[in-house]
Write a protein that binds this ligand. Structure first.
Ligand SMILES: Cc1ncc(COP(=O)(O)O)c(C=O)c1O
Length: 487
């Protein structure tokens, strides 16, 4: 495929545009008195002169250059690319929702919007078993920071002066230690045991009066349920520490068990991972944080309350403050709300059960030719190791690149770090058996043909718009600006 897609301006030819812009109908008083002159344009906009069909083809072709979940299987472990039902977008685009101005803060005029905030908060509390929620954080990672600031506030309010450390497992997502440092605490790392869960013996050695709390992903980043959760929570609570659930993997639990029942005090929820909101390109996203009663008064302000069917903003005296402009990413929150309403309680539970079923089915197929170091108790995702394949010359990285040639997105590789040559796979609940079988067939093909095709495999991808990148350079010298001759 040609990788030097022109931009529309390069297709422009004088007088080709069939589109005539309507005459400016904005009243001259507005132009002269309300909008500052410096914002007004005095000559025609330099729009590309292209035909309608050129525009349609241009954007249609662009839309399939990158991989996305509407195009094909996207088994990205940890960062879940879940299908985004189109009804979410359809409803979020209704003009009564889409055309509200962020500065329209007169409560009487936005009762419908406030009702969505209020009800979504209520549902998230029901799902997590928590008491109150903030919808402001714009990602799971910001939710983590908010959760840790809430912990800090709790310790300040309770005069717990010795608190210094947050304990996190060695397998934690990278955002966990980063959030701890940003919140002003220090990290203590707990080892995993031979079953891939928190090592209780090591945890006992770490917990003391300086423990402010623990962040634990449940199920953990190996896709395994932390089944010693009761003991872990009591250990942390015994020193008045708080338990934070990294709820990024809540999609494995909904309707079956909730964070509060397990003993957690705080959890964030990645709406894109559990509640099907769009993700990618850095956002906007949403990572609501739900807390139990003892932390409710410290939540970011304002929250939305309801009194006799009237919805209103409420400030909290001991709040940690505002963490987002306006009230969070409303369009994303609304999509999650639609998803929850359209599935209902039983539907949400079924989604989690199917996510578990698909992951366990695929794992069982792949186990025939790939190692799965921690395979007991897989939930919604699993981690295989390509250590055996690497000995024959084919690394996890090469497998990931070859999957692109089969039209699949690569799974997450080299995370978690405690598994050599790790490949983390999350099929999600919406994939058919046929897709899972096909993925497995291609994984088997790669394994079976290492000896015959190693050179070809090492050179993959062969069929993507852009071939293999220098990943370090692409990461550190990102250049996405068109300068007239980009390829
Ligand atoms: C376990 C875990 N924690 C935290 C995060 C961070 O979430 P976000 O990407 O919304 O910032 C992720 C991301 O997928 C994750 O997998």
């Amino acid at each position: 495929m040609d990788n030097s897609t022109p931009i529309l301006f390069t297709l422009s030819k004088d007088s080709r545009a069939p589109f005539k812009a309507p005459e400016n109908k904005i009243n001259s008083y507005v132009l002269e008195n309300i909008i500052d002159n410096k914002y007004l344009r005095y000559k025609d906009a330099e729009l590309p002169q292209v035909s309608e069909s050129q525009v349609v083809r241009h954007f249609t072709n662009l839309s399939v250059k990158n991989h996305h979940v509407d195009k094909n299987f996207y088994p990205l472990g940890s960062c879940t690319m879940k299908y985004n039902p189109k009804i979410n977008d359809k409803i979020a685009m209704l003009s009564n929702f889409a055309q509200i101005h962020p500065n329209q803060i007169d409560e009487k005029s936005i009762q419908g919007i406030l009702e969505v905030y209020y009800n979504l908060g209520k549902y998230l509390c029901e799902i997590t078993g928590m008491h109150k929620v903030t919808l402001q954080p714009s990602a799971g990672s910001q939710g983590e920071l908010v959760g840790l600031l809430l912990m800090k506030k709790y310790h300040e309010m309770n005069n717990n002066k010795d608190k210094k450390y947050i304990i996190i497992p060695k397998t934690a997502h990278g955002t966990n230690p980063a959030s701890v440092i940003m919140s002003g605490y220090l990290v203590k790392q707990v080892q995993s045991d031979e079953r891939g869960r928190v090592c209780i013996k090591h945890l006992k050695e770490l917990v003391d009066n300086e423990t402010a709390g623990m962040m634990l992903t449940q199920p953990n980043t190996l896709g395994l349920f932390e089944d010693n959760i009761d003991e872990i929570c009591s250990m942390i609570h015994s020193v008045d520490g708080l338990m934070y659930m990294d709820g990024a993997n809540l999609n494995a639990l909904v309707g079956m068990v909730n964070p509060s029942k397990m003993g957690f005090d705080i959890t964030h929820i990645n709406l894109h991972k559990t509640f099907s909101t769009p993700h990618g390109g850095g956002g906007p996203g949403a990572g609501p944080v739900a807390v139990n009663q003892k932390l409710s008064n410290y939540l970011p302000t304002p929250i939305v309350e309801c009194d006799e069917s009237v919805f209103y903003f409420k400030d909290l005296e001991h709040s940690i403050g505002k963490v987002h402009t306006f009230f969070g990413n409303y369009g994303v929150l609304l999509r999650a709300y639609v998803y929850i309403l359209s599935l209902g309680k039983e539907g949400l539970k079924e989604v989690s059960q199917k996510a578990l079923l698909n992951a366990n089915y695929l794992k069982t197929l792949l186990m025939e030719f790939y190692d799965v170091p921690y395979s007991e108790g897989t939930m919604h995702e699993f981690v295989i190791s390509a250590e055996k394949q690497k000995k024959k010359g084919m690394k996890a990285f090469d497998i990931a690149k070859n999957l692109l040639d089969f039209g699949f997105h690569s799974p997450t590789v080299y995370f978690p770090i405690n598994i050599p040559e790790s490949i983390m796979i999350e099929p999600t609940e919406t994939e058919t058996k046929e897709t899972l079988d096909l993925f497995c067939e291609k994984m088997k093909y790669l394994n079976d043909n290492i000896a015959q095709k190693l050179e070809y495999f090492k050179d993959a991808p062969h069929h993507t718009p852009i071939r293999k990148l220098d990943e370090a350079k692409a990461n550190r010298e990102l250049d996405v600006k068109w300068n007239g001759n980009n390829k």
